[in-house]
Design a protein around this ligand. Structure first.
Ligand code: SIN
Length: 279
């Protein structure tokens, strides 16, 4: 058996893992090594994996129960698998803005496992940003103030008729959110339930305002935080190849799918692991 090896891809976060075949059931030792790499690096990548839909889901299930997306229709035979496809004629991609997956749920996603089926000849990279670093680099005064605040998260903006996520794409079936879309309050600084580290937890896609304030009052500070938390020094950028699986931790990262490959097809499949209520 090849030994598991970990190769960081930037100074901020992200590592490629080699020596693991995810189509098999991992031994407890292998699972512990992968789990630790996930906690240490926040997003991990496995190239050259040959996964059936069941194998993709089985690996994800080792980390928790699987989510069925409330707006994006999954595959008929595998409702937990979302196909994220940009056809050559589509202009809008999915995930093309900084966000943490499903922060609009009361119990947002723990992690997402994205598997590359078809990649464009250039472009289509994904960026991630380390939200522990985003928190740790704030001043003590700002940390203290944000530590007392909660923010309202909702899918209202993104999945409303004019929202980016709800835009029509040739091969994706995305439902438009109605007026009854719920909102949930989440701490602005969350504590990671496994590492105990604090991370900034606001994102431009789903964070509407601070609790107890109007959106207008909230925006100057929110916009400052959105800029701060995605600055270059906190990021990594990943160039996809077919059959790569990425697994990221939504509790301490945000990500952004670049839309720079018009005229080419990109096809990914995502399984999302449910998380718990942030604290
Ligand atoms: C997503 O936001 O889940 C999609 C990321 C990507 O397609 O790179």
């Amino acid at each position: 058996m090849t030994a598991i090896a970990i190769h960081p891809i930037s100074g901020a976060l992200g590592a490629e893992i080699s020596g693991v075949d995810l189509s098999r059931e991992l031994s407890n030792g292998e699972f512990d090594a992968v789990h630790q790499a996930f906690l240490d690096h926040q997003v991990i990548f496995f190239r050259d994996q040959h996964l059936s839909h069941d194998q993709h889901k089985a690996f994800a299930r080792r980390f928790g129960t699987l989510n069925i997306h409330p707006y994006v229709k999954g595959m008929d035979a595998h409702p937990e698998i979302m196909q994220i496809i940009k056809e050559p004629d589509d202009r809008v991609n999915f995930g093309g803005g900084w966000h943490s997956d499903m922060s609009f749920l009361e119990e947002p996603a723990l992690g997402s496992l994205l598997y590359a089926k078809q990649v464009p000849p250039y472009g289509g990279d994904t960026l991630w940003a380390n939200q522990y670093l985003a928190y740790e680099t704030l001043s003590d005064g700002m940390k203290e103030m944000l530590g007392r605040l909660k923010a309202v998260h909702t899918a209202k903006g993104e999945y409303s008729e004019r929202g980016h996520s709800a835009q029509k794409r040739g091969a994706m079936d995305v439902k438009t959110a109605g007026d009854d879309v719920p909102s949930y309050e989440q701490p602005v600084v969350r504590t990671h339930p496994e590492t105990g580290r604090k991370a900034l937890y606001v994102n431009p896609a789903f964070t509407e305002k601070f609790v107890g304030m109007t959106r207008r009052e909230s925006l100057p500070l929110l916009n400052y935080l959105f800029d701060h938390c995605t600055q270059e020094g906190f990021t990594c950028r990943f160039r996809w190849s077919v059959n790569t699986l990425a697994f990221w931790d939504n509790r301490c990262t945000q990500h952004f799918a670049l839309n720079d490959y018009h005229g080419h097809r990109r096809h990914m499949e995502r399984v999302t692991v449910n998380g718990d209520k942030p604290f």
